[in-house]
Design a protein around this ligand. Structure first.
Ligand SMILES: [Zn+2]
Length: 164
């Protein structure tokens, strides 16, 4: 029996972080918030120039840790910037798709199964963004890890194991 793929982000555990210095990396974000607990997933949203856009998302292991992190880092000074941190109900769909594949690294899923793990899009534009993200992933014809259908599947890494 396979371990079930990780589900949608638990409500109350995801933080929206604004006011990041443009040079701030995802690793720095992860390490900073690790002070408050276990960081499951984090992402500095890329800006147009290749640097950070100044905001990102951090998903903590529990809502309690997210509350603690929000208290600790709201107003925190980083590289001349002052962070604004708040609990976020949901990350944009493209990031949710990225998060799902990152947390299930080494496995490949069809679009329908990936979408079943995403929270509802706020707008049709957001839905399209999520879709175009998938086309930046490695894809091929293989068996989806979840529904076991032979179809077009997506993964972050080129090497993944399809379901037997
Ligand atoms: Zn599937």
């Amino acid at each position: 029996m396979d371990v079930a793929p990780k589900r949608e982000s638990r409500s109350g555990s995801t933080l929206f972080v604004d006011g990041l210095p443009p040079s701030f990396t995802n690793l720095q974000l992860k390490e900073l918030f690790a002070v408050a607990g276990i960081v499951l997933w984090s992402r500095v949203v890329a800006g147009a120039t290749g640097q950070g856009s100044g905001f990102g998302y951090v998903e903590m292991n529990t809502p309690d840790e997210a509350q603690k992190a929000a208290k600790t880092f709201d107003g925190y000074k980083a590289g001349g910037c002052s962070l604004a941190v708040m609990i976020s109900n949901r990350a944009p769909q493209a990031l949710q798709a990225e998060r799902f594949l990152e947390l299930n690294l080494g496995k490949a899923f069809c679009e329908l199964c990936i979408r079943s793990h995403l929270e509802t899009a706020a707008s049709p534009t957001e839905l399209l963004d999520g879709f175009s993200y998938l086309y930046e992933c490695h894809r091929c014809q293989a068996i989806c890890f979840e529904c076991h259908k032979l179809t077009q599947v997506f993964a972050i890494t080129p090497k993944f194991s399809a379901q037997d």
